[in-house]
Design a protein around this ligand. Structure first.
Ligand code: ADP
Ligand code: MG
Length: 847
């Protein structure tokens, strides 16, 4: 049965109310609170039953047929909502807005929150290391504006981007944006890419919010920024009913202030996740993150993703690292203090738009307790920043909140004794009642002479006097007891006196719960007034934690403080790739990287697996670390300040968009060539590998020449086309280097050491041998290679297709030939090669 087909006039009053509310939340899945359940009706019910594996039942709604329905208990609604939101649905939660017991008529209901992918605030649903951003984007045909906010932390940013769709998408991906709000559906392409390729939710909303939360943009003048912010605010406030009183004023991000890296670079360098497994473990941030708070962890990631270009700001971070490492006792004390601190930022978010409970306030209190110590350490370290200590809030929480509060706030047991007089009085009635029962029991025993008489309480029948069957005759008529319950061995009674007392005690219990809830809300309001200051403090803590983490890393992994120059000069002594160094079982071979102002390109040759890609990544990582304000993995480093990094490393097919390696390669090359400046760094790893030999070689050569002559930025270019190395003689700013390997009795040992000059051999066949390909295959390959080398000597210009001829006479063996043809031994892992050999062997055996 469809909602749209229903005759409203026939519906029960509650369902009429449902229909009215649902009319306003058509796009969302409406969770409709009915007593202890949330119920979902019609299409929502069917969808939820499918997606959440709930049983679909029916509700009697006044129609002939029952309305499709499924339901979840209110106390376990969270995982269901989470699941739907993760699948990209929006959920609207409709609550009962008045107490059912106070009201005999139908209770008022209304939607209290709308949850979508980008606006989750519950701590349990958030990853502590990541921000949870929602963005609004507007296309002005000559620029894009983007405004993005993390409601859980209360931060909001706004920026103007050049009108390049790739750049826009790259920015969204780098920020990890989960949901995007567009003004209209005009740009189908963009919507399809965001949704289809990257799983980013897209919502449409045209309006802008006027006259509310103006403090977020008051200090800004640029109209584009203000419109972008108002647009996002409208969506959050009107569509999603969010309370944004905890939002900080918007921060303007000028992309030009930061080292620019596109999404490929971030991926290729494995800054925040590894290429293969897409995991944080073994990424650069994994290595760098020694923070003690979630806020610090997020800040550090932000630094890594946004390295600076301003020398003073970078040096300020170096100075702090140096200071921290010279004061190791202070550093330790500081880290111990930081360890006690909870996610203040997100607790602040929960205070305004989440379900805050007593435990959250307790976490806040524990965190605030550390602030005086931290403030003092900051002073001792002579840091110019300082923090507020928020004693008033700390004291309030210390006086008010029980040390072990329950999870829900409507159970009582939240507020400490002595905090509120009225509450204390109610509590004494409650416990006095218990005392009364004890003395009442004693009194009755004496009056009646019944020794085993008991006074007790049970949830259904309330208070009772219990008399065993044998003693029934001894109950005096004069006491006017009423029978309450008959059990096998005894009777239970109630007396007028007990009844009166019962009412008082039960009443007190209820009043205590109401009172505690009221006090809790008051405390929340008090904190709310100081929210922005609290958030400032949280930010300072995050900065402090992040810089301390860099100091710890610098010390633990023997990083050095880099020097920065303005002369395009790179001089790295004994540089390392920090992650490989840490993870590899072998001793890491350190390498220098020197490019004075006359050299802008290093052309790297060397066998496969010798360490070319690692060397290139190492340089980029050192540059990024230096500009994020970190020390670097080397014995010495002198570096220019880089404005943009472009990379083309490894064969990462863009699986999502279905483009071939070669197309992706060429697009990335184009991106680099069109956007790089003299201050940029380009890494081209085996460019042109994705196409036929001569094509690839010619392209590689011409791109290299173009970059060297026209852009003149620092470039690392690795290649397996030895022919290109002759460019060194033609263009003086290109220098050949190679990675050495020693060949002994036909086996190859990689030294991973960079040397001057070019190699003239690719050793591909050696690698294949190392990988354990069958002797037969290797031998044949060697023969073919010889043939080719002879032919090439004769006619070097002509493209030649490699013919793989083996002695495979009959048909079934042909597919084996096909198989061997298809593999690319140079780019197989040893494991894959081994599996391949195994497969071949099995096949031969089976014939
Ligand atoms: P190439 O790009 O030349 O094929 P890679 O850079 O991918 O080679 O390196 C292959 C492997 O060799 C790496 O995974 C790493 O384990 C190891 N390696 C590379 N460089 C070094 C080094 N400097 N010291 C130690 N091991 C290294
Ligand atoms: Mg490589």
């Amino acid at each position: 049965m469809k909602r749209s087909e229903v005759d409203i006039k026939k519906l029960s009053p509650m369902m009429v109310q449902y229909m009215e509310i649902k009319e306003q939340y058509k796009e969302e899945i409406l969770f409709y609170r009915v007593g202890d359940f949330y119920e979902l009706f019609f299409e929502d019910g069917e969808l939820a039953s499918r997606e959440l594996e709930l049983t679909l039942t029916g509700k009697n709604a006044g129609l002939e047929e029952r309305v499709p329905m499924c339901g979840v208990p209110f106390h376990s609604v969270k995982p269901y909502v989470e699941k739907l939101v993760n699948k990209g649905y929006k959920v609207a939660i409709c609550e009962q807005l008045e107490d059912a017991k106070d009201n005999k008529k139908m209770v008022k209901r209304g939607v209290t929150q709308v949850i979508s992918k980008g606006t989750v605030v519950d701590l349990e649903l958030l990853n502590e290391h990541d921000n949870h951003f929602i963005a609004s984007i507007e296309d002005f045909t000559y620029i894009y504006t983007i405004c993005y906010a993390d409601i859980s932390t209360g931060s909001i940013y706004v920026s103007i981007l050049p009108h390049q769709k790739e750049k826009l998408i790259s920015t969204l991906l780098n920020l990890g944006i989960l949901e995007v709000v567009l003004k209209n559906k005009e740009d189908y392409n963009l919507i399809a890419t965001l949704k289809g390729s990257y799983g980013i939710e897209v919502s449409i909303c045209e309006e802008e919010l006027e006259g509310k939360y103006t403090a977020i943009y008051d200090s800004l003048e640029e109209e584009h920024y203000i419109h972008a912010i108002k647009h996002l605010l409208y969506y959050l406030v009107v569509k999603e009913l969010k309370d944004l009183s905890h939002m900080k004023p918007a921060e303007v991000i000028i992309p030009d202030d930061y080292l620019m890296m596109d999404v490929h670079t971030v991926r290729n360098l494995e800054l925040i996740e590894t290429l293969r497994l897409k995991e944080r473990t073994y990424s650069l941030i994994w290595l760098l993150d020694k923070t003690k708070t979630s806020m610090g962890s997020r800040k550090l990631k932000y630094w890594l993703m946004n390295p600076l270009k301003n020398k003073e700001k970078i040096i300020e971070r170096y100075n702090k690292i140096e200071k921290l490492n010279s004061e190791f006792i202070l550093k330790d004390t500081l880290r111990n203090s930081l360890y006690q601190i909870y996610d203040i930022e997100r607790l602040c978010g929960k205070i305004t738009c989440g379900t805050l409970n007593g435990r959250d306030l307790l976490q806040l209190k524990i965190s605030l307790k550390e602030l005086p110590t931290i403030k003092e350490i900051m002073e001792q370290l002579h840091f110019k920043e300082t923090i507020k200590t928020h004693e008033n809030i700390y004291n309030l929480l210390e006086q008010a909140i029980y040390e072990n509060p329950p999870v829900t706030i409507k159970e009582g047991y939240l507020i400490k004794d002595g905090y509120n007089k009225e509450l204390d009085e109610l509590k004494s009635i409650r416990s006095g009642g218990k005392e009364f029962i004890a003395s009442f029991e004693a009194k009755l025993k004496e009056e009646t002479g019944i020794k085993n008489l008991k006074v007790g309480f049970n949830k259904v029948f309330g208070y009772y006097i219990e008399i065993t069957k044998g003693q029934l005759g001894n109950v005096p008529e004069t006491l006017h007891w009423e029978r309450r319950q008959t059990l096998t061995g005894c009777e239970r009674y109630i007396s007028p006196e007990l009844k009166e007392k019962e009412a008082m005690i039960l009443n007190a219990e209820e009043k205590i719960i109401d009172m505690e809830y009221k006090l809790f809300c008051e405390i929340k309001e008090t904190i709310k007034k100081e929210l922005l200051e609290l958030k400032d403090t949280a930010n300072q803590i995050a900065l402090l934690d992040a810089i301390t983490s860099l100091a710890v890393v610098a010390e633990e992994y023997h990083f050095v403080r880099p020097e920065l120059n303005e002369t395009h000069f790179i001089d790295i002594k004994n540089g390392r790739h920090p992650v490989i160094e840490k993870v590899s079982n072998f001793e890491y071979v350190k390498n220098d990287c020197v490019m004075d102002s006359s050299i802008n390109t290093l052309l790297i040759t060397g066998p496969n697996m010798s360490g070319k890609s690692t060397f290139m990544r190492q340089l980029a990582i050192i540059v990024i670390l230096a500009q994020m304000g970190s020390f670097v993995p080397a014995d010495k480093a002198n570096l220019p300040i880089i404005d943009k990094i472009f990379t083309r490393i490894g064969a990462s097919d863009d699986l999502v968009s279905g483009e071939s390696t070669f197309m992706v390669e060429m697009k990335e090359a184009k991106n680099a060539i069109c956007n790089a400046t003299e201050d940029s760094l380009i890494l081209f790893d085996e460019l042109g590998r994705g196409t036929a030999t001569y094509d690839g070689m010619s392209l590689a050569e011409s791109i290299l020449e173009y970059v060297s002559k026209n852009i003149r930025c620092k470039t690392l270019f690795s290649t397996h086309y030895h022919e290109i190395t002759k460019l060194e003689h033609k263009i003086p700013s290109i220098k050949n280097i190679h990675v050495s390997a020693v060949e002994e009795n036909g086996t190859l040992t990689f030294l991973h050491k960079m040397k001057n000059g070019a190699v003239d051999k690719s050793y591909g066949i050696h690698v294949a041998k190392l990988a354990g390909l069958p002797e037969e295959v290797i031998k044949k390959a060697e023969e073919i290679l010889k043939e080719h080398e002879n032919e090439k000597a004769k006619e070097p210009k002509k493209e030649k297709q490699i013919q793989f001829t083996m002695d495979l006479e009959d048909k079934p063996k042909d597919d084996m030939k096909e198989k061997i043809k298809k593999i690319d031994p140079l780019h197989m892992t040893p494991m894959d090669a081994l599996n391949f050999v195994y497969e071949l062997k099995e096949e031969i055996k089976n014939r």
